[in-house]
Design a binder for this molecule. Structure first.
Ligand code: F6R
Length: 649
């Protein structure tokens, strides 16, 4: 069992369109207007109607022998990366159910929790408002009217209005949430069916939409119930305790043994064991798996930010990729994938953002190594502006999360057209992985910072492995070259002060340019995205030779221009472009490979194979972005308006 299965399908926090996010997040919690929330809710409903699967919020639940409050709160902290505006926990003991919840951060929730209440069973939740404003009343957990059932819910119930009308016409709801409808329905059907398990499964059969549920029954506090459909949830197993969580990270503090849950399954957890049932109540057998990571993989440790930790992890990721994909110096890879690429007359790489930038480097690799014509497409463009497709195409989806809705829309479309597909992702079990014909894994480990770093380099490296395998015999000893890459990466990350200085000295203006030619242009695109998304400095990545065709007009005294030079064929050309901007007042920085460097270059990197240079030239640019954001005191791991997985089109 591989590490990534742990957060398989689980990374997707649910987010609205970027426009709506901006509106919502731009407001302090209590200033968000009800009407904006209503609009957001309607928007989500429309998206659901269009078949966009939306996951959101975070859940953790525990039944065991230890006091549960800290277990829940620590678990919720691990889910913070998903984005949230309120949080809450419910615990049950001989005095009944105790709920502590409020809008705001987990740190605030800690101050709300009554330390004197002891309990060994509980559920917790982080909420990102959809149905109703982010306030205490709408925060989870929610209860049925008698207080018997207390639930947390991740997902969106599409038919909540119909359910209210049909089964709960006179019910007095306290919150504006769809979740409260589920709690009310469970109680309603428990009265009718006189069996809690039957009632919950019946409610599941009535719900249209997505849900991961944790349910406490005050009438039976020695059991915790859970249910799942389309929203992510895993079971965590332990000695004398069992857990549920939106992802493994929420549970790693207690266990590294997990069981996956499929859609439309119902789970009964006690201290002694866990039983999974299908909707009909038939028990389902499923083997547990062991996490190949420990809590330190998802802890920042001594790092101030996940982004810095993930930048530093890149040499290990490259070595892990070599470990996973090589045996005795030979590439080992599912032959079906190799055949699929070899039999294609053209590859179509579909991706967004950083993953698309990795795709551009991939194009170079597939064309140079394997001789297969390759196109790279922005996924959100491809669906509505589809190009002429070759006779025997293969579609390659590159996605860290495997959940990006824009890419999924393309996958749905090309599947309808009958074309084969391969997903390259960090997350097995993710939507793009499940729905494509083949999957190649990145083995990068959890990437928590919103700004992607190690996933990018893993995407480039895995594409290199695939291209080399498809190419068959070649002079390129890839495992050796990747080992060199890992060492060079280390030599860069070992000298961080240099990048801190450059950020301080050069990134003093509100704009910046990265330029490069050839494959360095693709790295310039990625470098620019990284800088703008976390430091909010307006940055453009430009083909160095194209600058003079218009954009050079923007260069004025002090404009920072950072050039990347890793390809001999364009070394002198790029240097001429640097001179051009310097003559117009730009403050220039050159990042070059040692064999191509000149004395005045500010950043000189040891040489790697010419096809693999993006793996190393990108690292200084990641560090420059990091320090630029640090110097501005921005929230580096969670930049404004952004989500780790963009699960809406
Ligand atoms: C930027 C970044 C985004 C993602 C993009 C696609 O740092 O992370 O540009 O690359 O949203 O996401 P995935 O790779 O999950 O499909």
């Amino acid at each position: 069992m591989k590490v990534n299965r742990l957060f398989g399908g689980c990374l997707p926090a649910v987010y609205l369109s970027r426009g709506l996010q901006t509106k919502l997040r731009g407001n302090p919690y209590d200033k968000i207007e009800e009407k904006v929330i209503k609009k957001a809710t309607l928007f989500l409903y429309l998206l659901k109607k269009e078949g966009v699967v939306i996951n959101m919020c975070g859940i953790v639940g525990y039944i065991g022998t230890q006091d549960v409050k800290d277990i829940l709160l620590n678990g919720l902290e691990k889910l913070e990366y998903r984005g949230y505006d309120s949080a809450g926990i419910a615990v049950v003991n001989e005095n009944g159910v105790h709920i502590f919840k409020d809008k705001g951060r987990i740190a605030h929730l800690r101050t709300v929790v009554d330390e004197t209440v002891l309990s060994t069973v509980g559920i917790g939740h982080t909420r990102w408002a959809t149905h109703g404003a982010p306030n205490q009343r709408n925060s989870h957990p929610h209860q049925s009217s008698t207080g018997r059932f207390t639930i947390v819910h991740n997902g969106v119930i599409e038919n909540e209005l119909e359910l209210r009308q049909e089964f709960l016409p006179n019910y007095k709801f306290i919150s504006d949430t769809d979740t409260e409808v589920i709690a009310a329905l469970i109680e309603h059907f428990v009265l009718e069916k006189e069996d809690v398990e039957l009632a919950i499964r019946h409610v599941m059969s009535l719900l249209h939409g997505s849900y991961a549920l944790g349910v406490i029954d005050a009438g039976n506090p020695d059991v915790l119930y859970a249910a799942k459909n389309k929203s992510p949830m895993l079971i965590g197993l332990g000695e004398g305790f069992n857990m549920i969580g939106s992802d493994a990270m929420a549970m790693l503090q207690c266990t590294n043994q997990f069981v996956e849950i499929e859609d439309e399954e119902f789970i009964k957890l006690t201290r002694e064991g866990v039983t999974i049932y299908n909707l009909l109540g038939v028990p389902v057998k499923r083997s547990p798996f062991t996490a190949e990571l420990d809590a330190s993989d998802i802890e920042k440790g001594t790092y101030p930010h996940y982004m810095l930790k993930e930048i530093d992890e890149q040499p290990y990721v490259i070595r892990r990729i070599v470990e996973q994909y090589f045996e005795d110096g030979q590439i080992k890879m599912d032959q079906k994938i190799v055949d699929a690429v070899q039999s294609a007359d053209r590859l179509y790489i579909i991706a967004a953002g950083t993953s698309m930038h990795a795709g551009f480097v991939g194009k170079q690799l597939f064309e140079q190594l394997a001789g297969i014509p390759t196109e790279v497409h922005i996924s959100s463009e491809f669906v509505y502006n589809t190009p002429v497709i070759s006779k025997n195409p293969l579609f390659i989806f590159i996605s860290q999360s495997g959940e990006t809705a824009d890419s999924r829309a393309v996958l749905v479309k090309i599947k309808q057209l009958g074309y084969p597909s391969l997903t390259i992702t960090n997350v097995p079990g993710s939507t793009l992985s499940r729905e494509a014909d083949h999957t190649l894994l990145l083995h990068a480990g959890p990437e928590i910072a919103v700004a992607s770093t190690k996933a990018y380099t893993a995407q480039v490296a895995v594409q290199a492995v695939l291209a080399a395998k498809v190419a068959g015999k070649s002079d390129l000893d890839l495992s050796r070259e990747l080992a060199i890459v890992a060492n060079v990466m280390e030599s860069i990350t070992d000298h961080k002060e240099q990048y801190e200085e450059i950020a301080k000295e050069y990134l003093t203006q509100r704009n910046c340019f990265y330029i490069g030619r050839h494959v360095d242009y693709y790295v310039a695109l990625e470098a620019a995205l990284k800088l703008k998304e976390i430091s909010y400095i307006q940055t453009e990545g430009f083909a160095a030779g194209e600058l003079k065709h218009g954009t050079i007009a923007l260069i004025e005294k002090g404009t920072p221009v950072i050039a990347i030079i890793s390809q001999e064929a364009v070394n002198l050309n790029t240097r001429s472009n640097v001179k051009e901007v310097k003559a117009r007042g730009a403050n220039t920085v050159i990042i070059s490979l040692r064999s191509l460097s000149s004395e005045t270059d500010q950043i000189v990197i040891d040489d790697v194979h010419p096809l693999l240079t993006p793996l190393v030239t990108v690292v200084p640019t990641q560090l420059i972005s990091y320090y630029a954001a640090l110097q501005r005191d921005f929230d580096i791991d969670k930049p404004r308006n952004l989500a780790k997985s963009v699960t809406v089109e």
